[in-house]
Design a protein around this ligand. Structure first.
Ligand SMILES: Nc1ncnc2c1ncn2[C@@H]1O[C@H](COP(=O)(O)OP(=O)(O)OP(=O)(O)O)[C@@H](O)[C@H]1O
Ligand SMILES: [Mg+2]
Length: 339
């Protein structure tokens, strides 16, 4: 259902699933423009988008697959671009052939060409035949870090993919929670992830929305649903900063309170803490000991933390953009309580 079709007073915020409808999706114009420009280039360029949990990777991937969004960004005939989205976690321990089969099936819907036999060489021929007809293939891989635990994916797989991108009109857009350089730190992943394929990727970090986008995310859905949150936008941004998931979650709670004309800030913040606990636990548990140490310091307003740690927090969207504090007061309270 399109956001404009949300019936009056129905809660319009999306809190539990990635955004699909472009109408409910805010920001990310710069990165979308870069990706589409690079796919339309003569020599296509592959990308890796790195972002912390719930920052909006899958929602962004969904947009790239949407016809209206492609039309907005691609000047050329969009019918000549075949976008394929694959969630790597749906292929646990799958061999390369399973991925090739999945991609070829999706491409076949547009190209009509079919992959008859499994194997590297057959997939290469398939890609050659499809791209020779003038089609460009763009493969989007969500939860890319899951390939690290797939024993059937080795360095040879990535060498092959790199060779494909160098010889044919095919590119890959990887979405990962873990920066790829972190995988290189682990002995068991080093050989695979030191493949030159990864050096050729254009890396971007997905972080907070812009302030104006954050405000629109709060106000526009509520207006469409007939319960205007404009008077609460300062409070919501103060608590959720420009974090899309937290903005959706808090807006949703405030919306319900306002609809029942019972705005009680204390109750709202209690509900917000309950609904974000799992997310904050994840952020905490996925911090190493030096990061935990630094988070504890920041939560007690001691800003003397090492530069590499603060750089890493910035990439993980844990600090406000001016790096003066932990981005969200509820996360700060969570750290104080759990230490
Ligand atoms: N650009 C956006 N506009 C509006 N809401 C967004 C946007 N990006 C993310 N969200 C909100 O944040 C939530 C999390 O988004 P999403 O599932 O895309 O994140 P993710 O990075 O893929 O998370 P995970 O690492 O858990 O897979 C969504 O349910 C949605 O509420
Ligand atoms: Mg996701």
């Amino acid at each position: 259902m399109g956001a404009s079709q949300v019936s009056k007073m129905e809660n319009p915020y999306i809190t539990r699933t990635p955004v699909k409808d472009p109408e409910g999706f805010y920001g990310r114009e710069g990165i979308m423009k870069r990706i589409f420009e690079d796919t339309a280039r003569k020599q296509m360029q592959s990308h890796c988008i790195i972002g912390e949990r719930r920052i909006g990777k899958t929602s962004l991937l969904n947009q790239l697959l949407t016809r209206d969004v492609k039309k907005k960004y691609i000047d050329a005939n969009i019918e000549s671009f075949v976008f394929v989205g694959t969630d790597v976690t749906l292929f646990p321990n799958a061999p390369p052939a399973a991925f090739f089969d999945e991609w070829a099936k999706a491409v076949s819907k547009t190209s009509g060409t079919v992959l008859t036999e499994p194997g590297y060489m057959n997939f290469r021929t398939f890609v050659r035949d499809v791209t020779e007809t003038g089609l460009k293939i763009i493969i989007l891989l969500d939860e890319f870090e899951a390939t690290a635990s797939n024993k059937n994916i080795d360095r040879g797989f990535f060498e092959f993919i790199r060779a494909l991108t160098q010889n044919y009109d095919i590119s890959f857009i990887l979405f990962s929670r873990t920066p790829l350089q972190h995988l290189l730190r682990e002995e068991k992943f080093r050989s695979t992830f030191s493949s030159p394929f990864f050096n050729a990727l254009n890396i971007s970090y997905l972080k907070f929305l812009e302030e104006s986008e954050a405000k629109r995310l709060v106000i526009e859905p509520s207006r469409r649903a007939g319960v205007d949150l404009v008077d609460h936008v300062d409070f919501i941004l103060e608590q959720a900063y420009y974090h899309p998931f937290l903005l959706q979650t808090l807006s949703s709670i405030v919306f319900n309170h306002k609809r029942s004309s019972d705005i009680n800030q204390e109750k709202i913040l209690k509900e917000f803490a309950d609904q974000t606990e799992e997310f904050f636990s994840y952020l905490w548990q996925h911090s190493d000991s030096s990061e935990k140490e630094a988070l504890k310091k920041l939560a007690s307003y001691d800003y003397d933390i090492p530069k590499p740690v603060s750089d890493n927090f910035d990439r993980r969207s844990l600090l406000t953009e001016d790096r003066t504090r932990i981005f969200c007061p509820s996360f700060e309270a969570f750290i104080k309580e759990h230490t």
